[in-house]
Design a protein around this ligand. Sequence first.
Ligand SMILES: *Cc1c(COP(=O)(O)O)cnc(C)c1O
Length: 425
Amino acid sequence: MATSSEWFARARESLVGGVNSPVRCWRGVGGDPLFFHRGEGPYLYSVEGKRYTDYVCSWGPLVLGHAHPETVDAVCRAAAASTSFGASCPAEVELAEEVKKVFPSMDLLRFVSSGTEAVMTAIRAARGFTGRELILKFEGCYHGHSDGMLVNAGSGALTLGQPDSGGVPVPVASTTVAVPFNDTQKVQQAFSMFSGRIAAVIVEPWAGNMGLVPPGEGFLSFLREFTEKNSALLIFDEVITGFRVPEGGAQQRTGIVPDLTCLGKIIGGGLPVGAVGGKRKIMEVLAPLGPVYQAGTLSGNPLAMASGLATLKVLRREGIYALLEERALQLSHGLEEAAEKAGIPFSVSRFGSVLGFFFSERLPTNLSEVKNTDGGKYPPFFHGMADRGQYFAPSPFEAAFVSLAHSREVVEETIKAAGEVFTSL
Ligand SMILES: *Cc1c(COP(=O)(O)O)cnc(C)c1O
C-alpha cells in the first residue's frame, strides 16, 4: 500500500486541501497527516501498517473503541435490511426512547445527521418559540459549522458578532452575541444591551472544543436562573458530554435542566447522527406540529439508529462507566505525574472519559486563558507521542477520549511514552 504521504499528495488532487474536515490536515502540528485503513479496539492502523493507540476516537463517538463487535453486527444486520427507508422505522423510536431514559429533560426529540444540524434545529426552534432573533454563545464553544455559530466576538468586545469565517454574511453573524465562558457579568451586560431580543443562550456545559474547560462554580445554575428570568431559552450542547457519564450528561451531573439539548457523537456510535430534544411545548414548534420547518433525507437512518442503539446498550451494562472513569483517571494522573517528573507545567481537566490537557500550572477558565497556555509545546508532544505509536488530536486545544477498549496495560504504555516525550521537551 502507498504511504500516508503518497495518499495525501493524491488526496490534494481531488479533495480540497486533501481533507474533508480541516483539522485532519495537521496544520496545527505540522507534517503530513496519517492515513488510516483499519481500527480495532483501542488501536488505529496507518496505511504503512503501523499501530497507534487512538485517543481521538473519532472525536468522541467511539466510546466502545473501534469496530466493537456488537456495533458492527447491528450495523451489518440493519444494512442487509436496507440502508435507508426514507420513511419511519422502529429503530428511530427505540433510540429516542433510550435517549429519553437518561435525559428526562427531553419530552420529544428529533434526529438529524450531525451535531451541526442538531444545533441549527435547536436555534431555529428557540427563535420560533420565543419570537426573538439573537443567540448568545460563549467564546471558544464550538457548536458545529452553521453560519450563525461561526462567531467569536473578540475577547471583551461586547458587540454583535463579527463572522470568523469567510462566506458568513455580516447580518447573519450579527444575530449572535459572543461573550467569554464563565463570565456571568458579560451575560448580564448582553441581556441589558439587547433587552428582550435574546432568544436563547447556548453553551457546552463542559467546553470540550478548547481543550476541556469546566464550568466555574455556579456558572450553569446562573445561566439557568438568568435565562428563565429573562424569558430566554437555555440550550445545552451536549454533543460531547452526552452519555459520557452514567447519568447521561452534564445536566444530570449538575442537576441543571436546560430547555433544549443537542446530542451527537456517541448516540451514533460512529455513524452520522445528531439529535435535538427538550420540553414538549418548545419541540412542538417543529414541523409537522408547528410552523418551524426542519427535515432530512437520511434523518433517523436505520444504520445510524442501529449503531446508536448497540452503543447505548453496551453503555447501560453494570460497571461500564466505572471502567471508563477508572481508565480516564489512570491516564490523567499518569500524564500529570510524568509531566511533573520532567518539570513541565501541565494540567488536566476531565469529564467522565473526556480529558483536556494544557501546558500550564493551572487550568484555564476561558478562551483567552486557554490561548495563554503554552500551546507551542503541543506540536513536539504530538509528534513525540505519534513516533511512539500514540495518537492524540492533531491540533492543540482538543480533547482526548478514552474508550472502553483502552485497557490498563494500553494506558500504561501511553503514560510511559509520555514520560519520555515530556523529558525531551
Ligand atoms: C462535534 C460537535 C458539534 C458538531 O457536530 P458535527 O457532527 O461535527 O456536526 C457540535 N457541538 C459540539 C459541542 C461538538 O463537539
